[in-house]
Design a protein around this ligand. Sequence first.
Ligand code: SF4
Ligand code: SF4
Length: 212
Amino acid sequence: MVNAMKEGWSTFKSIFIGMSVTIRHFFGPTVTLQYPDERYELPKNSRAKLYVNIDDCIGCNLCARACPVNCIDIETVAATADVDLGKTSTGNPKRFWLTQFDIDMAKCMYCDLCVHPCPTNCIYMVSEYEYSEFDRTNLVFHFSNLKPEMVAEVKEKAEIEAEEKKKQREEMAKKKAEEAKMKKEIEAKKKEHQKPGNDSNAPSKPDNNGGA
Ligand code: SF4
Ligand code: SF4
């Protein structure tokens, strides 16, 4: 009888405590966020995803070199002499085509080290965090805005120009080598000419066979 009363009291107490918690939260302020209809606003300096303003990129590669996990992949092609790529919004001249600018966000550890060395402030973190994927390869973000045909064209032009420059350098080197060789030969001839025993330097003997 006593045990039954004790158990009854314990049950009543448990129900009372549980219900008091429920009633307190029922009338208290709502804290549940109705995602995705509602979202928290992240702080301005939050690191959620990298973004590159490719129009301001000069292809200097500093960001890629700063990355400790090599998740930035940049390929540049030097602009040929007939092309003016203009300047960035910060006034830096653009001298390279960005044929590839990929960031693998699956590898990125959000350290922000790539952001600080950028001379044109064109790579930075943004607050966008909803970009999960089933396939990891979809987390490689491509920022180059050149179409494949354009990439092929600029590469071909750059190769032709590089070949021409190489030929010019070789011709110049050949010309210089020939000039240096000629100079050496002239100097050697001069030295030979100035030697004391050299007959060409001795005064000419009078001719005994001719005359009286
Ligand atoms: S945030 Fe860090 S890990 Fe990610 S790309 Fe930049 S340097 Fe690399
Ligand atoms: S450091 Fe800046 S300008 Fe240089 S390649 Fe990276 S994003 Fe482009």
